[in-house]
Design a protein around this ligand. Structure first.
Ligand code: C2E
Ligand code: CA
Ligand code: CA
Length: 591
């Protein structure tokens, strides 16, 4: 949020793009009315003049009419965006039209004002918010492209780079090698020597990988201890062998970090374009599979996809068969993890988390089977069972004298695309007699952003049923703020990677604060997931987060185990919660 005190004296440069001299005069007067020396206005009458000014003008904000002598409607927004990509834009238009206003915001404007309905204070506030919102958006774009720890491109930027590399390779008729590198036993080192040593090790690994390849090759961090390398202009698999060997060797050399001599090894999987895939997703999947085969054959090795395929086909077959049988035999169970209100310490809900009781492998977490359920298109059936069972369970708890809690249910992309989803939700509510406001669906950003128009329609239907919607793992995908504005949502869940890093390094904190700020701006509840320590809890509470969930309170448990916990703890977290000061929220509409 902006701090009023420090802001009042700043001079702001405004670029006013307005062909009507009377309107321009009016806006100048409105701006002057707020404080005398506050805004410095540069006025141009045409889009062309505005575009030409971009060379030597860096305004803090642009106020523009949509209709100019040389441009009309959203064309104006698009051109200004291109010329001033980093500058917030507020449209001041004569049209009071919801559709045009929405189109302008979608095209990238931060806000839309209607002439004749503006006063000085209101204009001043809109400008402030537009600046703040643009700053957040740019920061999100930056965060969305680079890994904060190693400064390497992240998955999103990798995608862009690979798209270009593949296009070039296609024109040149050459090949591209995609490597996935995964450090062996990194988790052990991290747990044993601490996050700081782990982080430094990752930074050093990033440096060594970079040093083992040519400048034009792309090195990206995929997350955790996983890196990707993309090598262009290779025609045969064996051409990349020297590079792979160089990387493996340099990563196996001892690193000394904070007085510790650390020795690691790295497993590598390789996929080739065009043989193993035509786009990044296919290539990464192939390389990943090869990497796993490399790992399971011993550490510090590499595998090409083609060779790994043989071995994998068999185990995939086995997984498919086991999952189909699991669906038939109803081997799935739901565990539940409490969510606590950070202001009152009350349990306000639980998240349902799927488990598979495999007859051969024991109790398994989703990591081992969700991708399989999706791949073999079994997730819709299992998801329907999850909805039904979760609603049933929460009703049971409602009936046992607890304060009413909501149930959060994870919905995967395939379920979101299922035309029957709404009906399934309705029927689960109906059969269990659960009032809709107690059900919250958790959807991921990528699932929502894949077709925003359809998403909006579907979310409206869900809202009309009365069910809540939360964005899960927020901050890990890319959300356009314009859409976020438009989707009917109830909550944002800060991804646990950020929550767990609020203190150990510099990325978690700023992102968490930004998500909280964003939530407050949009009137959404903010939930921190994966809270493991009191320090993380304190941080979330101090920064105005509404709800927390994580091992610090409770692990996901079976209903049998959670019931006594609920009895004992429905309010005990109060002791923790009460001892920490609350940050006052700018709005009190939250929980
Ligand atoms: P998620 O939705 O992000 O769920 C949170 C995950 O974090 C859960 O993992 C939970 O056990 C774990 N977790 C909670 N608190 C902590 C903590 O303090 N520290 C750490 N390190 N982890 C914590 P889980 O149960 O293994 O589930 C993994 C993912 O599988 C979920 O991630 C969700 O995306 C998916 N999933 C789970 N149940 C379902 C389901 O019924 N349907 C669908 N489609 N996906 C599900
Ligand atoms: Ca979730
Ligand atoms: Ca999550």
């Amino acid at each position: 949020m902006l701090d009023k005190g420090e802001e009042e004296h700043e001079v702001r440069d405004v670029l006013l793009v307005e062909d009507s001299l009377i309107d321009a005069q009016l806006i100048r007067r409105l701006l002057r009315r707020v404080t005398a020396s506050y805004y410095r206005v540069t006025h141009v009458c045409t889009l062309n003049d505005a575009v030409l000014s971009a060379e030597d003008l860096v305004p803090d904000v642009i106020l523009a009419d949509l209709n100019l002598p040389d441009s009309r409607g959203t064309q104006t927004v698009a051109s200004l965006q291109t010329s001033y990509p980093d500058i917030p834009l507020v449209i001041v238009s004569a049209w009071e039209d919801e559709a045009i206003s929405l189109q302008s915001v979608k095209a990238g404007a931060q806000d839309y004002l209607v002439k004749g309905h503006i006063d000085g204070a209101n204009l001043h506030r809109v400008i402030r918010y537009a600046i703040e919102r643009k700053r957040t958006e740019l920061e999100l774009v930056r965060l969305a492209h680079f890994d904060q720890l190693t400064s390497l491109p992240n998955r999103t930027l990798l995608r862009e780079r690979v798209d270009h590399a593949l296009a070039r390779a296609m024109r040149a008729g050459s090949g591209v090698a995609t490597l996935i590198l995964d450090m062996d036993r990194f988790k052990e080192i991290n747990d044993m020597l601490g996050h700081e040593v782990g982080d430094k090790l990752l930074i050093e690994a990033a440096r060594r990988i970079r040093a083992s390849v040519r400048d034009q090759d792309t090195v990206a961090r995929l997350g955790g201890d996983e890196f990707a390398v993309v090598l262009e202009g290779v025609s045969e698999a064996k051409e990349v062998l020297p590079v792979i060997e160089r990387i493996i060797k340099s990563l196996s050399e001892v690193t000394s970090v904070d007085g510790h001599e650390v020795k690691t090894s790295t497993s590598v999987g390789i996929a080739m374009y065009p043989e193993n895939g035509n786009n990044l997703s296919e290539l990464l999947r192939a390389a990943d599979l090869a990497m796993y085969q490399a790992k399971s054959s011993g550490r510090g090795r590499y595998r090409f996809f083609a060779d790994a395929m043989q071995e994998e086909a068999q185990s995939r077959h086995a997984l498919e068969w086991a999952l189909r049988r699991a669906v038939e035999r109803k081997e799935f169970e739901l565990f539940y993890q409490p969510q606590l209100c950070l202001r009152t310490g009350m349990v306000i809900g639980v998240e349902a988390l799927l488990r598979w009781m495999s007859p051969t492998r024991g109790l398994l977490t989703p990591y081992h089977f969700i991708a399989g359920l999706e791949e073999f298109r079994l997730i819709n059936d299992v998801g329907e069972w999850v909805l039904q069972t979760a609603c049933e369970q929460i009703r049971k708890w409602h009936m046992m004298d607890f304060e009413p809690m909501r149930i959060a249910v994870n919905v995967s992309a395939q379920q979101f695309e299922d035309p029957m989803l709404i009906d399934k939700v309705r029927s689960a509510l109906k059969e269990t007699k659960l009032p809709p406001e107690f059900l919250e669906l958790e959807l991921t950003e990528s699932c929502l952003m894949s077709d925003p128009a359809q998403t909006t329609a579907l979310l409206r239907e869900i809202r009309d049923v009365g069910v809540r919607v939360a964005i899960d793992d927020f901050g890990t995908g890319y959300s356009s703020l314009a859409y976020l504005h438009e989707f009917p949502l109830n909550a944002l869940k800060i991804d646990k990677n950020f929550v767990q890093n609020v203190e150990s390094n510099d990325r978690g904190g700023p992102i968490s604060q930004m998500v909280i700020g964003l939530g407050q701006n949009l009137g959404l509840e903010v939930i921190a997931e994966g809270v493991e320590t009191e320090a993380q809890l304190r941080y979330m509470r101090e920064h105005g987060c509404d709800v927390a969930q994580g091992y610090f309170y409770a692990r996901p448990e079976s209903p049998e185990d959670l019931t006594p916990w609920l009895k004992a703890n429905q309010r005990v977290s109060e002791t923790y919660v009460r001892s920490i000061p609350v940050k006052k929220r700018t709005d009190e509409t939250g929980t």
